[in-house]
Design a protein around this ligand. Structure first.
Ligand code: FAD
Ligand code: DLZ
Ligand code: SF4
Length: 533
């Protein structure tokens, strides 16, 4: 009987993975903590701690089931600090004759497995069944279509899974999408639920110390670490979300708060992407809450759409188009990332708070990512690679299969409208409508020019002007280009000068990894010089 080494990657912590179910009794199951994975972008310390702690708990559970488990800790002397190196080394150590791994979620790692230096042992890849739509099914859906709109995919997935469908296979509530009910701005008073507290156990405490020692220089704090590191804790978070936050999820999905980082969002993306939860069970829990009359339909539908629709869709888009997708830059954006993305030191209150929340929690909710930090980078013309590296580094849930289409496609429109029908560009007015940031800001959101004018405003018009040739023909942009073209030339000139002046005085980070990302915040020293104006 062959003796396989079964490699479980840090984001494959699912007890009933096919690779485990099909493993012979003599198989060695192996997990490796390695520097390489922590540093290919400077991951937030909370993300590294979350994965290491979840991996250690998962290994313990496998041992309790009677499996033979090998676990490489980051500071083990013989650690090669590289996933492929570790698999080869450990396979030899246990006398294994083949290596099996579930297909990795990122192209980078798949390419490395395919191109590994010639090694004596064969590698076999096993299908990852943790998505509701297989890549083959997605490719079939996409075949022959000129436009791959998420909404069409989502309806198809509703029919395929039967989620929120009635007995005639029609959408519950006679509508596919309740988004028009889901755009409520932030109310004056609100009291979002506290996230459940997970007291760190010995495993998590050890990991926090380890990560603090090895990844101290990365952007982000470890204090207040409170992510679920076992399936049981993740299920507890799911239950808490369904009971306390889902009833308001739809209404305030797009709202942004100066005080509350999580509002009524699920905080489940980290657990879902690491495999602690399966997407179907999360969607079914939301559907059941609606069928039992515990949450309104717009909330259940809005939430299910994010997982059944967006999450599956971006994964399909990623694998359909990689590695070419990563090279796209339709708007020819070429600016480096403003240095304050690594420090939060800006007078723009909305940006400051989104970056501070990211530093403190390895989390910002979708609209902060899309309409604050993302929108700002779009308006400035930040290079896709620079922005993608940032998003991939700083969030608890970040893996390229989900981060890249969201950043390059949805935020930066760098795929030229393949994923989204128009750029999500907005002036300060949008942020003012959806948040309470502007009242705390030194800039005046109503002003377009002048020392205290909100930078989003002039940048917005300058962005539209710069890309007029490419965007003015887009039906969904007609109205706004109508306004731009009606604008008097001296007003346009003033807006242009205001934006250029603002962009000129920003500091830029030439490339990630050059600086000390956390020290920058602590010392407040970010005078790294301007690299481009
Ligand atoms: P909720 O708002 O409560 O949503 C519920 C779930 O729906 C999430 O847990 C997530 O699994 C899924 N979901 C929601 N929106 C999306 C989306 N656009 N794409 C895919 N899944 C979605 N999500 C990631 O999981 N990893 C990333 O690396 C990531 N990078 C992003 C980068 C940018 C620039 C943007 C605009 C969005 C990104 N997202 C990413 C999507 C989304 O912002 C996060 O999934 C969400 O904020 C996670 O928080 P939550 O669990 O509280 O989500
Ligand atoms: C993100 C990450 C980190 C920080 N560390 C590890 C690790 O030490 N060992 C491991 O197996 N996986 C880690 N991961 C997750 C991988 O980067 C992830 O499996 C690939 O990017 C594929 O999605
Ligand atoms: Fe952001 Fe402008 Fe509002 Fe300040 S005034 S918080 S910069 S939108």
């Amino acid at each position: 009987m062959p003796c396989p080494l079964i490699v479980i990657l840090g984001d494959q912590l699912t007890p009933d993975l096919p690779i485990l179910e099909g493993a012979p009794e003599n198989a060695v199951v192996a997990l490796f903590e390695v520097e390489e994975e922590g540093r290919y972008v400077p991951h937030h310390p909370q993300k590294i701690a979350f994965l290491f702690s979840a991996m250690r708990h998962f290994a313990r559970e496998l041992r309790q089931q009677g499996r033979q488990v090998h676990y490489t800790c980051l500071d083990d002397n013989d650690n090669t600090q590289d996933l492929i190196g570790e698999a080869e080394r450990v396979a030899k150590l246990y006398g294994c004759d083949e290596i099996r791994v579930t297909s990795p979620g990122e192209w980078r790692l798949l390419a490395r497995i395919r191109k590994r230096p010639h090694t004596p042992l064969p590698w076999y890849r096993v299908h990852d069944d943790r998505f509701l739509c297989t890549l083959e099914e997605f490719n079939q859906w996409a075949q022959g279509r000129q436009r791959f709109r998420m909404e069409h995919f989502y309806r198809w997935m509703r029919r395929e899974t039967g989620l929120l469908m009635d007995e005639h296979n029609q959408p519950e509530g006679d509508q596919w999408n309740f988004d028009h009910d889901n755009r409520k701005p932030l109310p004056d008073r609100l009291d979002p639920p506290e996230a459940p507290k997970h007291k760190p156990d010995d495993i998590t405490r050890d990991v926090l110390t380890l990560v603090d020692t090895h990844f101290k220089q990365h952007f982000g704090t470890l204090e207040g670490f409170n992510w679920p590191v076992t399936r049981r804790q993740a299920l507890n978070d799911l239950e808490h979300f369904i009971k306390h936050a889902l009833p308001f999820f739809g209404d305030y999905q797009d709202a942004i708060s100066d005080q509350h980082p999580f509002l009524y969002h699920a905080r489940l993306s980290g657990a879902l992407n690491a495999g602690l939860l399966r997407p179907l069970e999360v969607c079914q829990a939301a559907e059941k809450a609606w069928r039992d009359g515990r949450v309104p339909l717009n909330c259940a539908e809005g939430f299910i759409r994010q997982i059944l629709g967006w999450r599956e869709y971006v994964r399909g888009i990623y694998w359909l188009n990689m590695p070419e997708y990563k090279q796209r830059n339709a708007l020819k954006a070429d600016r480096d990332l403003p240095a304050f993305y690594w420090s939060g030191e800006t007078d723009m209150r909305c940006m400051r708070r989104a970056i501070e929340m990211t530093r403190d929690n390895a989390y910002a909710h979708h609209i902060q990512r899309l309409m604050v930090t993302g929108n700002f980078a779009l308006l400035c013309g930040v290079r896709p690679e620079a922005l993608c590296d940032w998003y991939l580094s700083v969030y608890i849930d970040a893996y390229e299969w989900v981060e890249l289409p969201n950043t390059l496609g949805m935020v930066l429109y760098a795929d030229g409208g393949y994923l989204g029908s128009k750029p999500y560009c907005a002036s300060g007015k949008y942020i003012d409508r959806m948040s309470n940031h502007c009242q705390h800001c030194r800039y005046d959101v109503k002003k377009n020019v002048g020392e205290d004018a909100c930078p989003f405003n002039s940048l917005y018009w300058y962005f539209l002007e710069r890309h007029e040739q490419q965007l003015a023909g887009n039906q969904r942009m007609k109205l706004i280009y109508g306004s731009l073209n009606k604008m008097k030339s001296d007003k346009r000139q003033a807006l242009r000068e205001q934006a250029i002046h603002f962009l000129d005085q920003l500091d830029y980070e030439p490339a990630y990894g050059r600086g000390d990302h956390r020290a920058g915040y602590e010392t407040g020293n970010h005078n790294k010089g301007k690299s481009r104006s």
